[in-house]
Design a protein around this ligand. Structure first.
Ligand SMILES: Cc1cc2nc3c(=O)[nH]c(=O)nc-3n(C[C@H](O)[C@H](O)[C@H](O)COP(=O)(O)OP(=O)(O)OC[C@H]3O[C@@H](n4cnc5c(N)ncnc54)[C@H](O)[C@@H]3O)c2cc1C
Length: 159
């Protein structure tokens, strides 16, 4: 996996939301990175040429930790409330943990009144938020170590 870090304000437009996901985007990214050195005296271009085109994807990664996870009878789990960078491999496990805790909180509801439902959803967020926040921050740190591109990131890698 080759990771390029974009400035935080680089994705807030229609072009990013649409064309940047298509196969053309993967092809143009491949052209940009062909010259980069790979192990055994090869370049990324050599590896790309040996790889079937339909197995190459350009994936946009973004991170966001929301503080509101429920409203009324609506509740968020998984990436919908805490999308983490995949560097630490924590996204799917946290989504499954959310599902388990939420199922238990719903199962504990004695009678389906609005206040009981709100209390159950609050209980779910209270149990999950801090843990998800910790994993979110860990994922961010791993992302810097694996793919940070800026000068301060390079210092972090050396430490
Ligand atoms: C490149 C990459 C590598 C990753 N590697 C790892 C890893 O190694 N380990 C790990 O734990 N996690 C990893 N993750 C993160 C993991 O994939 C996610 O955290 C996890 O899939 C989140 O699950 P989710 O159910 O919350 O969301 P999703 O898996 O995104 O599921 C949401 C579903 O809702 C559907 N949907 C969206 N909008 C609508 C709509 N309007 N109507 C109906 N359906 C809709 C989507 O099509 C999708 O099927 C990785 C992610 C990426 C991008």
């Amino acid at each position: 996996m080759y990771i390029i870090q974009l400035p935080a304000n680089n994705f807030d437009n229609e072009r990013f939301r649409n064309s940047e996901w298509g196969p053309e985007a993967a092809a143009s990214l491949c052209e940009k990175i062909r010259h980069i050195k790979a192990p055994f005296g090869l370049t990324m271009g050599d590896l790309i040429d040996k790889t079937s085109k339909d197995t190459i994807s350009k994936v946009m990664l973004e991170e966001k930790l929301f503080e509101t996870w429920y409203h009324g009878r609506t509740v968020l789990i998984g990436d919908a409330c805490h999308k983490m960078l995949p560097s630490a491999g924590q996204g799917a496990i946290n989504a499954m943990q959310d599902a388990t805790v939420l199922a238990n909180c719903i199962n504990d509801i004695k009678s389906l009144t609005r206040s009981n439902i709100t209390a159950a959803l609050k209980d779910y967020q209270d149990q999950r938020f801090q843990y998800a926040k910790t994993q979110f921050e860990t994922s961010k740190r791993f992302a810097v170590i694996m793919g940070g591109q800026t000068w301060p990131d390079a210092v972090v890698k050396l430490c």
